[in-house]
Each structure stands twice: as C-alpha cells, then as structure tokens.
Write a protein that binds this ligand. Structure first.
Ligand code: FAD
Length: 392
C-alpha cells in the first residue's frame, strides 16, 4: 500500500524503532508516549545479531559502534563453586558468522540513539505526556483516544495504529485479547557500578553468566566499558510492584551468601538495587483490522534468552515491510501477524526452557553442565543460530 499515516502508542525500544522504520518508508508517524520525559532507568541490554542487523540497516551503525561494546564471549560458571561450566563464542567470530555483531549497551544509550534518529526525521511527530486509552476503527480509519497529563482528552485518527505500549498494554484489549500477564515466580535485581570497582578475575570484555538453583546472575560492561551492568534473577513467591522497586541489599546478599567468592564480592559492591518482577503472556493476537500489537504489548519474553527487545525490533522491521508490500492496511497487518506469531511464540518457549535449565536443581544441573561443556563455545552458538541468523 502507499505510505499513509501511523499512530504508534509507546516510545520504548519497539515504538521508537517502528517509528524509524515506517518514517524511512515515507509514512507520516505520530509517536505518543505517556511519560513526560525520557529518563531511562538503569540496566543494560544485550543486542543479538538479529536485532543489531536491523538497527544497522536503519543507519544507526556508527552511533551503536560508539556507544555499545562487543564482548568476546560469555563465560558460564557455577554460582556456588565458581567452576567454569562452559562458554559461548561472541565477538568477531559471531559477527562474521551472522553478518552483524552481538552487542551490549546501556538502555539509556540505545534510547538516546533511537530518539536522536526519530527527532531527525521530518515525518515523525513525537507527543510526550499523552496516554493512549483506547482504539476504535472502521473501514476508513482507526482512532486513538489520548489523555494528556493535564486531563485533556483528544482523538487522533490514522490509517494504522501500532500498540507498542509494553507488557501492561492498555490497547491489547482492542485487538481482542483481554488476558493479563502472569507472574512467573522470579524477580530481576538490577544494578550498575563503575567498571574499576569490579573484583579481579571478572574481565570486563566478557559477559559473565553464573548458574545456580536459587537464581542466576549476568554481568557485562556498558557505557563504553565505564560501567558494569549486573542482573540477578532470583526465585520470589510474590511479585513486587512497578518497574523499579528499591531492592533490599542485605536480603540479596543473604540469598547469595553461598555464592563463589568473586561473585559474592561483585554483588556486595552496588549500594542500590532495583527490583523488577518477571511476567509472561503467551502471544495471542498481534493484529486486528488496522491495529497491530508490537513488542512486549504482543509478547513479553522472560529475560532468560535476552530476546524481548530484539523481538520488538524485529516486529518493527516486519511491520514496515508488510505495510509497504500489501495492498491495504488490513491485509498488511494480517501478513504481519502471520509472520510474527510463530516466531514470537517459539522464542517465548525457548526463553522459558532456558529459565528451567538455568535454575535446574541437582542432579539435572549436573546433566546441564555436561551438555554445555560438551557443546563447546561454537556449539552453544549453533543452538541459537535460528535466533541470531533471522532476517526480516
Ligand atoms: C531484567 C531484564 C533484562 C532484559 N534484558 C534484555 C536483553 O538483554 N535483551 C533484550 O532483547 N531484551 C531484554 N529484556 C526485555 C526488554 O527489556 C523488553 O522486551 C523491551 O524493553 C520491550 O520493549 P517495548 O518497546 O515493547 O516495551 P517498553 O520498553 O515497555 O516500552 C513501552 C513504552 O510505552 C509507554 N506506554 C505504556 N503505556 C502507554 C500508553 N497507554 N500510552 C502511551 N505510552 C504508553 C511506556 O512508558 C514505555 O515508554 C530484558 C527484560 C528484563 C526484565
């Protein structure tokens, strides 16, 4: 179809990427964000080649190279003993194999890169401080109800509406899905610390992954190597509220009191931790008429495979392509859903399975460790070639 008008609700990684991808195909985009400013809270993000390739194709390669790092490998260790279980090859070898790098980046840096690019496009209008509260549609257009921070209401029409409003999407219901995400019994603790504060023996140019029955820990350098990003996933019967609840540092240290010495020393460093409960919802619908769901709004992914943002970026690329290739909006969004649903569900399943393997109790953990060791650094990549080698 000819480029028309699109309203995107939510300027997270998915919404920002969709705005860029559509703008570059000539669409007039209105990007609506509920927050009044962009203060991205903490934490880093791993960007596997399936996602970095799309960002590079959108012209963001030079900016990514400045802000992101390319770790040489993932070193996998046993959380309690510190014993090396195995490794995953990253770095130039992975880049050569998949034609795009495996990067780690501060969320705030990625958001700034995307936002700068969005702001440089004449055909994107960014509206901050507006919450999308509902969508209606007929055969000629879709209309989104917006509520401003001051309470003002407004209706905006567009040829296509993209709900990129995150895991607690308000617009999911308008696509015929009134289910709510369910808590999966895990919370993620997040902290950053200056790289020089990291204990010796944990090289900043590699990603560390520590596996134990009570949870797992991932750490990698962000912000050009200046900061170390740490994520601790811990079993927790009840969810905590919100995205950034303050974490109780002594409780965390007690949970991991039996961790290997370098890991204990690492976890003792940050003075502040933020907690984030992990929710899951198997992808249901991704389109209805002129409305498309994108990113976590469509398919939140447990962070055990580092694919949530990557899937959102993939969605954006496929959406822009189907909208330019199909004869009309409804046909384009049907094609979008047909292409995205199977992959989203497969990745959601793979992330859940990874979680089971990461937190396996003995003697399953013994078997897991044997398999990881036997696969070796490239064998571990082969397992995920279907993820990393994907192209829009
Ligand atoms: C601990 C942890 C680690 C992770 N690590 C990785 C990783 O390494 N790699 C990876 O690929 N993924 C990772 N993820 C997943 C990733 O963070 C998410 O999948 C990704 O951020 C989803 O992007 P999104 O744009 O769909 O949603 P969000 O980032 O949630 O953005 C939604 C946006 O919509 C706005 N919004 C919400 N409601 C409305 C409304 N009604 N109207 C207007 N605006 C609205 C919000 O303010 C927000 O800006 C991780 C997740 C967790 C929890």
């Amino acid at each position: 179809m000819q480029a028309g008008t699109a309203l995107i609700a939510g300027a997270g990684i998915g919404g920002l990427t969709a705005a860029l991808a559509l703008a570059d195909r000539g669409w007039q985009v209105t990007l609506v964000e509920r927050r009044t400013g962009f203060s991205e809270v903490g934490a880093g993000l791993q960007l596997s080649p399936n996602a970095s390739r799309i960002l590079v194709d959108l012209g963001l390669g030079p900016a990514l190279r400045r802000a992101a790092a390319e770790p040489s490998r993932v070193a996998i260790r046993a959380l309690r003993s510190g014993r090396t279980i195995g490794e995953v090859e990253l770095g130039p070898a992975l880049r050569g194999r998949f034609g795009a790098p495996y990067l780690v980046i501060h969320r705030a840096d990625l958001q700034t890169i995307l936002l700068d690019a969005v702001r440089s496009r004449q055909n994107v209008r960014l509206l901050m401080g507006r919450t999308a509260t509902g969508v209606t549609q007929d055969s000629s257009e879709a209309r989104v109800a917006l509520l401003s921070a001051s309470g003002a209401k407004e209706m905006v029409g567009a040829d296509v509406v993209v709900a990129a409003d995150g895991v607690w999407s308000k617009l999911r219901r308008a696509a015929g899905d009134s289910r709510l995400p369910s808590y999966k019994g895990f919370a993620a603790w997040r902290a950053t610390l200056p790289a020089e504060a990291a204990p010796p023996g944990l090289p900043a140019q590699e990603t560390g992954l520590w596996l134990g029955p009570q949870g797992h820990v991932v750490h990698y350098a962000i912000a050009g190597g200046r900061l170390l990003n740490i994520v601790v996933v811990e079993a927790r019967p009840e969810p905590v509220e919100g995205w950034a609840a303050p974490g109780d540092r002594p409780a965390l240290l007690e949970t991991f009191a039996d961790a290997a010495a370098p890991l204990r020393a690492l976890l003792a460093q940050p003075s502040e931790w933020l907690l984030w409960s992990l929710f899951d919802l198997t992808a249901g619908h991704m389109a209805k008429g002129r409305l498309a769901l994108l990113g976590d709004a469509a398919h939140p992914v447990l962070p055990f495979l580092a694919q949530g943002a990557a899937l959102a970026i993939e969605d954006a690329a496929v959406l822009a392509r189907t909208l330019s290739e199909a004869p009309d909006a409804a046909a384009a969004l049907r094609a979008y859903e047909a292409q995205r649903l199977p992959r989203a569900r497969k990745i959601q399943r793979a992330a859940r399975q990874n979680g089971l393997a990461y937190h396996a109790p003995s003697p399953l953990a013994f078997l897991r460790d044997r398999i990881i060791g036997a696969l070796g650094a490239t064998g571990m990549v082969d397992r995920h070639a279907w993820i990393y080698g994907w192209r829009p």
